[in-house]
Write a protein that binds this ligand. Sequence first.
Ligand code: PHE
Length: 350
Amino acid sequence: MNISDLSKQIEVIYEESLKVFKAASSSKNLYDLKVEFLGKKGKLSLLMGLMSKLPNQDKPKFGSLINVKKKLLEEAYTEYKTKLDLIDLNKKLDQEYLDMSLPGKEIETGALHPIQKVSENIVNIFSRLGFSVRTGNLIEKDYYNFEALNIPKDHPSRDMQDTFYIDDNHVLRTHTSPIQIHTLETEKAPLRIIGLGSVFRSDSDISHSPNFYQIEGLLVEKKVSMANLKGTVSFFVKEFFGKELKTRFRPSFFPFTEPSAEVDCQCSSCMGSGCSLCGQTGWIEIGGCGLVNPKVLKLSNVNKDTENNETDWQAYAFGFGIERMAILKYGIKSIRFFNQNDIRFLSQFK
Ligand code: PHE
């Protein structure tokens, strides 16, 4: 065995390896070939093993010859691998082609309940007039729900038929007016507050639900008149419906207001000409209102501040049914829809 034989063998292996590297069909195939020629037990390494059989003076030459070829082959490997990797990537990208014009998956989102939506809407309008929100309690003492509002013991609205009694002294609030009393007792005039939330009456038929929602307004200032009240309510109705709807006050009676009125607004559906929604009258009742009865202010000690001469406070109050407002605004056919949680109904308010 001499150096020239071995050199020839190196050359043969080198040429063969270059040829197969070039012909490799994939990165994986190329890697296998690299192992076959350049790996620890590869063809070049086997030749290296023969070095011991050479005379000493030829060993360095042989060693460097093998190293040069090995380096060249490694460079060739890197070059072909880069090319093959790119081909592989393009193949993969072709297979995984994304059609960007396809519609995306629809994500179902929730929506505010129409009662919540209308409540927020009403609060927004009144907050622009300087009113801020109070919520009160769902269970009220008899005193706050009735007595303090000048509703005497024998008043018809105390009838068992209308009121859910918890015990002799507690009721589920039948209106949001107790919020007026809590505010009068705990806060100092002047005041502009909106009270809203659930109320309960033992009354259930096609147009009445035992649990419904009210919104209440209370303003306490030095000079308060029915004209102020009517101005505020008319402004509110126009803002809420977004139309020039007229409002009208009809004389009425509430123990806690004097004078009292029922508030009607022009039917938002027919604009006053008469339709099935307003029973052909052109008007729809939305709630009650009035100047707060001085007896109520007195019971809550509003005009007791004689020291500061703050004794001439007056007040107006109003209360609307929120369902009624929602029905009118969205043309909802029945009050029952609000409590059924039917997704087909609710999803219309997105
Ligand atoms: N609390 C009354 C009701 O529930 C409505 C109302 C509120 C009337 C404020 C006048 C003033 O019927």
